[in-house]
Write a protein that binds this ligand. Structure first.
Ligand code: TYD
Length: 139
């Protein structure tokens, strides 16, 4: 069963330059899966939270391109919180965990890579159902 211990902060390459720094990611390298989708969350009012759900199969890789926010992951037994506030760190979140993003700073920008195309049937949006599926070993 997937636990919060499999959530990892991954340090990305960083080219420091007086003209501006540069970082990048490659699939199956820094991002440990094939990237099928990229999306971003922006114009979030300061302090807002979003994304209280789990994925049955979609894996994610989250980068705070700008500003800061918190990602809280939960495996039904244990919770862990990660603060992302540098654009050269990524957070790998495997499928099968409840995750929420919160405490967005004003003007923050969250970039997310997914291992699957958008599919509403891959979402678990009900926390009690998530706990039940976790207990039954379904996710
Ligand atoms: P959702 O993942 O539910 O965001 P949150 O959990 O943070 O509220 O996405 C919000 C809406 O955006 C969702 O109802 C459908 C749409 N959406 C897509 O069409 N494609 C995507 O790749 C994503 C992430 C969302």
């Amino acid at each position: 069963m997937v636990t919060v211990d499999s959530v990892k902060i991954i340090e990305l390459p960083k080219f420091t330059d007086p003209r501006g720094n540069l970082s990048f990611v490659e699939q199956l390298n820094h991002v440990p899966f094939e990237i099928k989708r990229t999306y971003w969350i922006y114009d979030v009012p300061g302090g807002e939270s979003r994304g209280g759900h789990a994925f049955k199969a979609n894996q994610e890789f989250i980068v705070a391109l700008s500003g800061a926010f918190e990602v809280i992951v939960d495996d039904g037994q244990q919770k862990k919180s990660f603060t992302l506030n540098r654009s050269y760190y990524g957070l790998y979140v495997p499928a099968g965990l409840w995750r929420e993003m919160g405490n967005f700073s004003t003007n923050s920008l969250a970039l997310e890579f997914g291992s699957l195309h958008y599919d509403e049937t891959d979402y678990i949006r009900d926390y009690d159902l998530f706990l039940k599926m976790k207990r039954n070993g379904e996710i």
